[in-house]
Design a binder for this molecule. Structure first.
Ligand SMILES: [Ca+2]
Ligand SMILES: [Ca+2]
Length: 214
């Protein structure tokens, strides 16, 4: 259940970000509105329980009008970190990098180094998927893995106005709430990985980093 706790922690961070700077969907000025700007991270099992789906959403608060003009930054790598032995240090990574209309995926494989700097995995054959431009998703599947990259409706639901009201003394949230993100898009990178490719550990912790080419 450690994974659940980690995901909850991410949700809390997002909420805290909201309060301070309007949204975690808008990070520091250097990354706001770019592929470096992570909005949310999701990880869950497929219904059969034999694979893990990892989702990194970036570049939040895109309007439908702006979405067709938005693309992934080719100088930014999105790295999924996967810790399989509970020490909060990545044992495996999956790296996603766009080039000429395709998103390339490297891994899962052990990274050359851990921490804040990353280099592309070597000795692995990357998978790729055509980057989706419209609402109809292009999904590529190879070797039991599935891949997607492109714009999606932002799945993060948050009743921000009522959140502010609760902070001001309101008794609680309404049912149903009002999704402040309704009608906005994110750029989404999704990879589904068989558990058999993630080692034999008893837990999986995962987080996402974005890395700008130096
Ligand atoms: Ca580890
Ligand atoms: Ca890393």
């Amino acid at each position: 259940m450690k994974k659940t706790k980690i995901l909850f922690g991410i949700a809390i961070l997002a909420v805290a970000g909201f309060f301070v700077i309007a949204a975690d969907h808008i990070d520091a000025p250097a990354v706001t509105g770019t592929t470096s700007d992570i909005t949310d991270v999701y990880a869950f099992q497929n219904p059969a329980g034999n694979s893990i789906v990892l989702v990194a959403n970036v570049q939040g608060l895109l309007s439908p009008a702006d979405t067709p003009n938005t693309s992934f930054d080719e100088t930014v790598m999105i790295e999924f970190n996967i810790d399989t032995d509970g020490d909060a240090i990545e044992d495996l990574v999956i790296q996603a990098a766009p080039r000429d209309g395709k998103m390339y995926f490297f891994g899962p494989a052990a990274p050359a180094g851990t921490g804040t700097s990353s280099t592309f995995l070597t000795g692995v054959t990357p998978n790729s998927v055509d980057i989706t431009s419209g609402s109809s998703a292009i999904v590529a599947t190879n070797n039991g893995m599935s891949f997607f990259a492109g714009p999606r409706d932002d799945p993060f639901f948050f009743d921000f106005d009522q959140y502010v009201a609760v902070l001001g003394g309101a008794p609680g949230f309404n049912n149903p709430g009002v999704d402040k993100f309704a009608g906005t898009n994110v750029m989404s990178v999704v990879v589904e990985v068989p558990k058999s490719m993630l080692g034999s550990g008893t837990s999986i912790n995962t987080w996402v980093e974005t890395k700008k080419k130096q």
